[in-house]
Ligand binder design. Structure first.
Ligand code: DP6
Length: 327
């Protein structure tokens, strides 16, 4: 009744922003991401029929405030296993939680991996991806390593809304440099930010309508290992997502001044011919994606941007890893 799993964070190059169904967390748009090797969540789930409620400990601290989504995700697993046993969930991130570093993606992927294994459920990666989606849309992608595409799907029950791998990490080993612009949890989480964009941003319909072309361009760039083409579409998708969010009411502005300085630093490098592009999620951190030969230069330049607190570098990593009988 106990298992442990590790899942890695991912960053979207073509972003997911908006839902077709908020209860089932069916995304309004597909997305394409890369899974990061060095940023992970490790989670142990132990089902125990003696417990009255689920409990969650995150980075050593009890987090009853985060339990609702965790319990709802565990309920889906309990239903599949035909049990009502509550669980003790102990989870640890090796990077700052809730600061725009996709902790919900690695967190819910690790949770479904450990939870399913603890209940002895044998689920395919596709099934795990669908279940992880119910915790957090982006978590569906963290089931897989390397380059991953999430399908928005068409089915009202979400059965065709899942991710799948499109290229192994070893086939195109890009590097990622994360510029930490602020620590601590963000003010408006992605779920709320999306809902606000959907209902109030005049740019949201244009974001959705222009999305298929970006997905097609990214797929083509990845298949051809065309860095410049991937750079163009990824920066475009990122800025469009933020433009749609900024136009919401009340407006959403996830960037700090240092985020914008880091963005200009990446653009200046690219103008010089350095193979690097930026992307930013629902938080202030800037992620620079580059070819391996550019990693040190990119890390040095971003580290020198005034206000950047730290830089993390990582390659691309594998998908969900599950250990049964773990402690
Ligand atoms: C900006 O997956 O955190 O990182 O499905 O509501 O839990 P919910 O949202 P979440 O949103 C991620 C948004 C993003 C872009 C992306 O990862 O594609």
């Amino acid at each position: 009744m106990e298992a442990k799993a590790r899942a890695r964070a991912n960053i979207a190059l073509v972003k997911y922003w908006g839902k077709a169904d908020s209860r089932l967390k069916i995304p309004a748009v597909g997305s394409i991401s890369i899974t990061l090797d060095k940023l992970w969540t490790e989670t142990t789930v132990r089902f125990d029929s003696g417990l009255d409620t689920d409990t969650l400990e995150l980075d050593g601290v009890p987090r009853p405030d985060r339990l609702t989504r965790v319990s709802a995700t565990l309920d889906l697993l309990r239903e599949l296993a035909g049990t009502s046993a509550r669980a003790r969930v102990v989870s640890r991130n090796n990077f700052p939680t809730g600061a725009g570093l996709a902790s919900s993606a690695s967190g819910f992927a690790a949770l479904v991996g450990a939870g399913a294994a603890a209940l002895g459920l044998t689920l395919s990666p596709t099934e795990l991806s669908r279940l992880a989606r119910r915790g957090s849309g982006s978590a569906a992608r963290s089931i897989f390593g390397g380059f991953v595409e999430m399908h928005a799907g068409k089915a009202p029950d979400g059965s065709d809304s899942f991710a799948e791998p499109i290229l192994a990490a070893s086939e195109w080993p890009l590097e990622v440099v994360v510029a930490i612009a602020a620590r601590g949890e963000k003010d408006v989480g992605s779920g709320e930010g999306m809902a606000r964009s959907e209902t109030s941003s005049p740019y949201y319909p244009a974001w959705v309508a222009s999305h298929p072309d970006d997905l097609a361009a990214a797929r083509k760039a990845i298949a051809a290992r065309d860095f410049d083409a991937l750079a163009d579409v990824a920066e475009r998708s990122c800025l469009k997502m933020h433009a749609a969010a900024m136009a919401a009411s009340p407006p959403l502005l996830y960037w700090k001044g240092v985020t914008v300085e880091a963005l200009h630093a990446v653009r200046a490098l690219r103008r010089e011919g350095v193979p690097v592009f930026f992307t930013i999620d629902a938080g202030p951190q800037l992620k620079a994606v580059c070819l391996p030969e550019a990693r040190e230069r990119v890390a040095a330049e971003l580290g020198a941007v005034p206000g950047v607190l730290d830089v993390l570098t990582t390659g691309l990593g594998p998908g969900l890893e599950v250990e049964t009988g773990g402690r």
